[in-house]
Design a protein. Sequence first.
Length: 186
Amino acid sequence: MAKAKIGIIVGSTRIGRFAEFPAKWIAEVAGKRDDVEVEILDLLDYPMHFFGEERTTTTQTETAERWKKKLREFDGYVVTVAEYNHGPTAVLKNAIDLGEFIQKPIGFVGYGGVGGARAIENLRLVFVEMSAASVKTGVHISFPEYLTVVKGEKKLGDYEHLNEAANNQLDQLVWWANALKTARAA
């Protein structure tokens, strides 16, 4: 069977963001596998208008269409999720609203309060409404782990429990990606 093509969405555009660390790390974990091909999709490269905004420029509309077209290339996605005020970033929620995820699986790598768990739970509900399938295993980077990475003392790959969770998530994501791809084709 062909490799599942997975898009890794960098879910924050804030100055000094941490999101690049988990995005690059999960891409490295996936790169060691022979059943998946990944590409990092950075929301900084897709500056879009807010969903339903009347004063949208032509460029913002074209960017949103480019985003949607890019998403169609993938069999599934991993989203890095920063948790702010018990929820995901506005730019990520907006990218989801403007995107297309129908009948494709989604995995999450969260960080922030309680490893991003509350923001991820919020997004699981959102993706149900987008007709996507959230995989069971999430990857949750706790604050102490976050701090050691930010300080340069450790890398995310130094934490075996994170590597295990990432591989479990990728196993589920690849299974669902293949199953849903077959179902979409039928």
